[in-house]
Design a binder for this molecule. Structure first.
Ligand SMILES: [Ca+2]
Length: 417
């Protein structure tokens, strides 16, 4: 039935079609894996494999020829949480509701009882040029007991810049932090494409997005850390069950990811930046559906092209979006968004909602633009993350040299009804 509606309306144009059906379809996505209790395991397995049969083949790739997508139809608003920040790249929520925020120039800031504390709790010596500096921050899954958190930053190693992940420990009173150990070193650096996103997965492993450091072919080389998503233990060791033996690499063929989240325990929705002039190409920012060991195709694939052994995107834009952080909305406040991927965008300055087909979760059903117009624009959006209060938080990145930095600086904003 859903397929027929889509086909029937497609003559009206893609955007009209997605607008008309989005609310209906979104409500079906609330229980994507629901099955009746009478079904046998083998039937479920069979259904599952059918549901994934065309993942990444190009068959389900949606190419947005112009613009970014239809205007969002759900009424949402932004509430300022704090301002006065400078390129807040990542947020960690502490068990008491406070937040740690990484600022790209190298500061870790504390938001305590809703107030941004004036002094940084730690200053990390970064070589900040271009897109490098202090990028993401991530809490240990057992932070409440061990107070460990992770930082990804660009360090000066004897005159050569490298990207590095370290583990730090927050003091008991939360006012200072100390370096604990090195987790991953010598991630290649360039002025652009430094990756930087970190997230703990549902398996308790630390996933780290890296950039190709302006060497596209590095993304296809499983023996470099550039242009990948890495997977390591909380101590920085290589897990025994990584897809490439004795190798931290989890996904290859990535150009510069800053956002990913888990659809289920083994499936990631991954955003990636497309080319900005190299190899004579521009635009082509995209969303892909990935599992362990996948090759997401940079720089081999363009647009919705497909090739054996490479994963074609689910959604790709001709015009430059570039995507910042991304999170699956799991809150109650915006019921229609539940289970959808919400992407913050930098250049196109909006929040993007992507609804996957619950029957075929590798296929984009609808997608929409929020906060994309002048009146309610937030500007450039960097981090996108669900808080422990089940609300969605984003950071602005208007003071990163590519936006219009207001007097109050960058902000953390809550997105709610
Ligand atoms: Ca993070």
């Amino acid at each position: 039935m859903v397929g027929k509606i889509l086909v029937g309306l497609s003559a009206l144009g893609l955007f009209a079609c997605t607008n008309l059906v989005s609310n209906d379809l979104a409500s079906q996505s609330e229980s994507p894996t629901a099955t009746t209790s009478s079904e046998s395991t083998s039937q479920q397995d069979n259904q599952t494999s059918q549901a994934w049969a065309n993942r990444g083949t190009g068959e389900a790739c949606q190419f947005v020829e112009s613009g970014f997508g239809p205007q969002g139809q759900v009424e949402v608003r932004a509430e300022e949480v704090v301002s006065g920040l400078e390129v807040p790249w990542g947020i960690v929520f502490l068990e008491n509701g406070d937040m740690l925020v990484s600022e790209r120039p190298g500061r870790i800031r504390l938001v305590q009882n809703g107030q941004l504390q004036p002094a940084a709790i730690a200053n990390i010596e970064v070589t900040a040029s271009g897109e490098g500096g202090l990028l993401d921050i991530e809490a240990h899954p057992n932070f409440a007991n061990n107070r460990f958190f992770y930082v990804y930053y660009t360090a000066d190693e004897g005159g050569t810049p490298v990207n590095r992940v370290e583990r730090w420990q927050l003091s008991a009173n939360g006012q200072t932090a100390e370096r604990d150990r090195l987790i991953v070193d010598n991630i290649p650096v360039a002025r652009f494409h430094n990756g930087g996103r970190m997230r703990f997965g549902p398996d308790g492993m630390l996933y780290i997005g890296t950039g190709d450091a302006t060497e596209p072919e590095a993304s296809q080389d499983v023996d470099t850390l550039a242009g990948k998503i890495l997977r390591v233990t909380p101590e920085g060791e290589i897990p025994d069950d990584n897809p490439f033996p004795n190798n931290p690499v989890f996904l290859t063929g990535i150009r510069n990811t800053q956002g990913f989240d888990w659809y289920d325990e083994s499936t990631l929705w991954v955003t990636d930046h497309g080319p900005s002039g190299e190899l004579g190409r521009t635009g082509q920012d995209k969303v892909s559906v990935a599992t362990a060991g996948d090759n997401l195709g940079w720089p081999t694939l363009q647009g919705c092209e497909s090739q054996e052994g490479l994963i074609s995107p689910a959604l790709i834009w001709r015009e430059a979006v570039p995507p910042g952080g991304a999170a699956i909305y799991t809150g109650e406040a915006i019921e229609e968004w539940q289970g959808n991927l919400i992407i913050g965008t930098l250049g196109s300055e909006h929040l993007h909602r992507v609804v996957f087909d619950p029957e075929a979760p590798y296929r984009v059903q609808t997608h929409e633009v929020y906060f994309g117009d002048g009146a309610n624009s937030l500007g450039r959006i960097r981090e996108v993350i669900m808080g422990p209060d089940n609300e969605l938080y984003v950071t602005t990145s208007n003071c990163d040299g590519r936006g219009s930095c207001p007097p109050e600086g960058d902000k953390i904003v809550r997105i709610t009804r």
